[in-house]
Design a protein around this ligand. Structure first.
Ligand code: SF4
Ligand code: SF4
Length: 409
């Protein structure tokens, strides 16, 4: 048992064995655990705390969640009109349909429970090629379904929630995967660049909702395919396990000061989903991209954060509050301050994504900057980034004007 008697999928002996087994790949992924590490309990996630913890829950946080249904409070500010909220909520609607359909059973799919895919595992197993060939093929299938990035990691219970949450009463619920599941397919979903430029606004929240809705469909399709092949598959969005360590271990990017995975393709402008399976696959390896080292020289996101929720110093394992993953030396946000700001806006904020210099386009200048930022000349890249200035917010009214002129994207 853990010192505070929280339930866990792992006892100390199993945890030590995983630490030993993954020591090298943790190091390669930039993951530094301390003896204080223990798996995260989903009940302490800031979004879950907003339902049971009176130090987080308030009329404002209740109104925040209600605004994602029809009780939004359109207001005069640019980006918070009825059209902005309507577009945001419509973008979320597919994901919301998934998360609400089993709510009566206490399973908010995609957030506090895996996606419930109504396809049984086929009694017949397909004849397999070798794991490497299967891995190449499954990545192509995931891309066919719409994933923008796909990579594979080994299942590692250290990143799985010690317990998930029964949303009827927020009590701990079992979070075990089916027996024999060995790999996780991690998928990246690029967010719309123009919409992200409009953060903070209700309009910008459409960029998040769109990807959650797409994720729900893509994950469901991939799970159905794997089960059709005769293999177990569990589809997951924010539920079941922390996706950031998996994305790092799968080599999709590096961890940034803004608490996001910074990818070479899209910078931080990407969301992740995952599918756990027992299909024999070959895991990818972490990549040394030089992105994280740039964060050591930069604090643009921390300076731009309105409630000052991001750290400006070096990584540390000192927990900010109960929502911090314990025993990992990393940059950790103050989730209470961050979510408090979201609640006051009545929409999500991703200013720290918008302003990150890795959230760039693909012009020649952008590619040259990336090469400098990830190599020996990162200080020159920093100077150049400062000269270019922090990415300005696109006014929501201008986004709508572009849309109406047919010039979007
Ligand atoms: S999402 Fe907004 S409030 Fe939260 S850390 Fe980023 S900039 Fe700060
Ligand atoms: S803004 Fe700078 S410090 Fe923040 S994540 Fe991006 S590169 Fe790293």
């Amino acid at each position: 048992m853990w010192p505070d008697n929280e339930p866990s999928l792992l006892d100390r002996e199993s945890l030590d064995a995983l630490n030993e087994r993954f020591r090298e790949s943790d190091r390669a992924a930039g993951i530094e655990l301390t003896p204080a590490f223990r798996p995260f309990t989903q009940r302490n996630d800031i979004f879950t705390r907003a339902f049971w913890d009176d130090t987080v829950r308030s009329a404002k946080t209740d109104a925040f969640f209600a605004s994602y249904r029809s009780q939004f409070d359109a207001r005069k500010g640019d980006g918070f009109s009825q059209r902005d909220f309507a577009l945001r909520n419509a973008s979320w609607s597919v994901s919301s349909a998934f998360s609400e359909r089993c709510a009566e059973d206490g399973r908010r799919e995609g957030f506090q429970a895996p996606l419930d895919v109504d396809v049984a595992v086929s009694d017949t197993r397909v004849e397999l090629a070798d794991p490497q060939a299967e891995s190449v093929e499954i990545k192509r299938i995931a891309t066919l379904f719409g994933a923008d990035l796909v990579s594979i990691a080994e299942v590692d219970l250290r990143w799985h929630y010690a317990s998930r949450v029964d949303t009827r009463d927020m009590s701990p619920a079992d979070n075990a995967l089916p027996e024999g599941v060995t790999h996780v397919i991690v998928m990246g979903h690029a967010m719309d660049a123009d919409l992200v430029e409009t953060y903070p606004s209700a309009l910008a929240g459409a960029s998040t909702g769109l990807e959650y809705s797409r994720e729900a469909a893509i994950v469901t399709q991939l799970v159905s395919y794997l089960r059709g092949l005769g293999f177990e598959a569990v589809g997951s969005m924010n539920d079941t396990a922390l996706v950031i360590p998996y994305a790092l271990k799968a080599g999709l990017g590096e961890y940034g000061r803004n608490q996001m995975v910074l990818t070479p393709e899209f910078g931080p402008r990407v969301r992740f989903s995952k599918v756990f399976t027992n299909l024999p696959l070959q895991a990818d390896t972490p990549r040394s991209l030089g992105i994280r080292a740039y964060c050591d020289t930069c604090d643009v996101c921390a300076r731009a954060c309105p409630p000052k929720a991001l750290p400006d110093g070096p990584p540390t394992d000192v927990p900010v509050n109960v929502s911090t993953l314990r025993g990992v030396k990393k940059w950790s946000a103050n989730a209470e301050k961050c979510f408090g700001y979201w609640a006051s806006l009545k929409t999500d904020c991703a200013i720290c994504m918008r302003v990150c210099p890795f959230n760039r386009g693909q012009t020649l200048a952008d590619r040259l900057w990336f090469a400098l930022a990830t190599g020996r000349f990162r200080r020159l890249a920093r100077w150049w980034a400062d000269r270019r200035g922090v990415a300005k917010r696109l006014k929501p009214v201008d986004w709508w004007a572009r849309l109406r002129a047919g010039r979007r994207g």
